[in-house]
Design a protein around this ligand. Structure first.
Ligand code: DX5
Ligand code: ZN
Length: 214
């Protein structure tokens, strides 16, 4: 299974996003991870549609949009129009997951479903025939720069086993606290789409940091 690196621009130099996008492409990063927070589903507020629109006009890098918002269904069309290549929403949100998946897939883009650290991974099993990816949060969503929660590794291996046993072809994404040390834990457990924010953007050499994750 191919490994992809997705850079969370929450950790980027936000005053120089265009240059940061260039840096991602130059250093072999596969995707741009765009964290949307509404101050309701999580405590923090980040950035949203107008910023994504601008980024989409500037760069063709794959846009991996992570919606940490209460009512994702209401905003799917807008995030598709703004240039998302994949939209991931939370099973804990107040929207009906079946409707969100149907809306994302009808738009012809990839769909991911996410669980917070305390949500049992079994809760998303019934959606596996329709989603392209499951995001297992490895920190509590809301802020970059937190420490990896080790207990999440078991959820990753349980899910990878279930995916294999049932013949699905689902990517497993991890997000939060991933660096040169924690990468081996999540890789061994079966994750193949790796989000990294502060580790990648603060590295002395982004190229070396990407290599260490790949
Ligand atoms: C957390 C976000 C993450 C975060 C990752 O709520 O979803 O994408 O920016 O940042 P690091 O890699 O710094 O933990
Ligand atoms: Zn994220």
């Amino acid at each position: 299974m191919k490994t992809y690196i997705s850079a969370s621009i929450l950790g980027a130099d936000l005053l120089n996003l265009a240059a940061e996008c260039d840096r991602l492409k130059e250093n072999g990063v596969d995707m741009l991870h765009f964290d949307v927070m509404d101050g309701q589903f999580v405590d923090n507020i980040s950035f949203g549609l107008p910023v994504l629109e601008k980024l989409s006009k500037y760069t063709d890098i794959f846009k991996d949009v992570h919606l940490m918002i209460s009512d994702p269904l209401k905003y799917i069309d807008a995030f598709v129009k703004a240039g998302s290549d994949m939209i991931t929403f939370h099973v804990e949100s107040s929207s009906d997951p079946d409707e969100v998946i149907a809306a994302v897939k009808a738009a012809g883009i990839r769909c991911g479903i996410s669980v917070k650290p305390k949500t049992p991974v079994e809760e998303i099993y019934r959606f596996l025939d329709r989603v392209d990816m499951v995001l297992i949060m490895t920190v509590e969503p809301g802020f970059g720069g937190q420490g990896f929660i080790p207990e999440t590794a078991e959820k990753i291996s349980t899910l990878r086993r279930y995916i294999t046993e049932n013949g699905f072809d689902t990517d497993i994404q991890v997000d939060g606290g991933i660096n040169a040390k924690t990468i081996s834990v999540v890789r061994d457990a079966g994750a193949n789409v790796i989000v990294s924010g502060s580790y990648l953007f603060n590295a002395a050499s982004m190229a070396d940091a990407v290599r260490s994750l790949k």
